[in-house]
Ligand binder design. Structure first.
Ligand code: UD1
Length: 427
């Protein structure tokens, strides 16, 4: 077992910016695809094999929770093996959930396996209030009752059943909970206004391997026909599109030419056009996507975040950093999470010209940023500060940089390999 939730070690990142980036980088497996499959493994009472699994803090934290539920986990060289045959019910306490927002996707599988679940409110990045009403509604439609107290969500059922479920918003996590619980029931569940993210499609592909019949994955109406039992299956994680987008943002801000191994333009739907609009040249060369930028980025007039296939909220902070050194003006509107502009004061300290107003920012691009002491506040915000630090003149120190370990493997080493002067230092 590899229980090590909360691998936080208080690190900082030191960057001497202003270098162009050249070379090739391999994009690791998608965090947001792997985490729900890890949760779903609870339902098959057997062995699940996840290949291409990134060794990141969120995956380790989810392993810790599975170990707490008496599952065995073995993680070697990108291959995670989970044995849930001996799983036993336990409540999932705050110490287990506080590092991991995605612990909410355990609700459906734990409820399915044990008929009950008691889960401390999920933690993770503080990028908004992140309520769970849509998850609760979906599982209630499938036959669960629930109650909430100050610290815990409790659900129980005397037996789940297929249903018709309409989500008031296409929440990714709620769609995943509904799909997983529905896949383990006998009969057909129809999910309306489902999320369409690629991670939903990959979860459906996994659940199909486990024995469910699913149509409509990737559309707003998904039909799940379950057989009552799920069998063990193997899952191969596709490259992480947000990690690919992070390297694209770094190249857009610094200039250079980088091959993203294993990535295709279709994987980057939703933000590819933002980078091409800003002047990036993007094309396939063999198995890699080549991204090139040889001038200052050109700011687009307006970008709004939205549910897939719109511009992803997870790329918003990084594009804000790129726009800070772009030519012209950008209005960036955040429509998914209400607290996702935490990098703004730090970017301003670095010399960016940004005005924050409600759910939008107005960015007037400046020629260069200057290195500064800044603080990481969430996962993607820390990636955005790295982007800004790489583009800035002189030295940037990012304190509380541990957030980056939640979602990125070897980010500093890979950027160094591309020519950046960047070091991780334990504080
Ligand atoms: C997932 C991703 C996260 C990404 C987000 C949006 C994982 C592990 N995380 O998060 O990286 O930023 O999708 O693409 O896959 N909402 C409610 N009630 C609910 C659930 C959600 O009001 O019950 C709201 C949220 O507050 C937010 C919006 O719906 O405003 C989107 O949230 P959701 O799609 O559920 O995001 P997550 O699944 O948490």
């Amino acid at each position: 077992n590899i229980a090590s939730p909360g691998v936080f070690i208080l690190g900082k990142i030191v960057i001497n910016g202003g270098k162009r980036l050249f070379g090739s980088v391999c994009i690791h497996g998608a965090k947001n695809a792997v985490l729900p499959v890890m949760a779903a493994s609870l339902m098959n009472e057997g062995v699940t094999v996840i290949r291409g699994c990134p060794d990141i803090a969120d995956v380790r934290a989810m392993c810790g929770i599975l170990n707490h539920l008496h599952c065995k986990t073995d993680f070697k060289k990108g291959c995670l093996v989970i044995d849930t045959s001996m799983a036993e019910y336990e409540e999932i306490k705050a110490e287990d959930t506080k590092q991991l927002r995605a612990s909410s996707v355990l609700m459906g599988p734990v409820l399915t396996r044990f008929g009950k679940v008691r889960l401390a409110y999920p933690g993770g990045c503080s990028i908004g209030s992140r309520p769970l009403d849509i998850h609760l509604h979906a599982l209630k439609c499938l036959g669960a009752s629930w109650s909430v107290s100050e610290d815990f969500i409790e659900m129980e059922t005397t037996g789940l059943h297929p249903s018709e479920i309409t989500l008031r918003f296409p929440s990714v996590g709620a769609t995943e909970n509904a799909l997983m619980a529905a896949a383990a029931q006998c009969g057909t569940t129809v999910l309306y206004n489902a999320a369409k993210e690629p991670e939903i499609e990959s979860l459906c592909a996994y659940l199909e391997k486990c024995g469910a019949v699913i149509t409509g994955a990737g559309t707003e109406c998904i039909r799940v026909r379950g057989k009552g039992v799920l069998q063990s299956a193997e899952f191969f994680a596709k490259p992480d599109r947000i990690v690919a987008g992070t390297y694209m943002a770094a190249v857009a801000a610094c200039g250079g030419s980088v091959y993203l191994q294993g990535v295709t333009p279709s994987l980057c739907r939703g933000f590819l056009d933002v980078f091409t609009g800003m002047g990036m040249d993007i094309r396939m060369e063999g198995e890699a996507m080549l991204v090139q930028m040889y001038h200052r980025p050109v700011n687009l007039h307006k970008i709004c975040t939205g549910a897939y296939p719109d511009f992803p909220t997870d790329m918003q902070s990084m594009v804000l950093s790129v726009a800070s050194v772009g030519e012209g003006t950008l209005i960036l509107k955040e429509q998914i999470f209400e607290n996702r502009f935490k990098t703004v004061p730090w970017l301003k300290k670095m010399g960016a010209d940004i005005t924050l107003s409600g759910d939008s920012v107005l960015v007037k691009g400046v020629e260069t940023l200057k290195g500064s002491e800044v603080y990481g506040e969430d996962l993607r915000g820390t990636a955005a500060l790295i982007t800004a630090g790489l583009a800035a003149q002189e030295t940037t120190v990012i304190h509380d940089a541990d957030y980056i370990l939640r979602g990125y493997m070897d980010l500093c080493e890979n950027l160094k390999g591309l020519g950046a002067e960047i070091e991780w230092e334990n504080s």
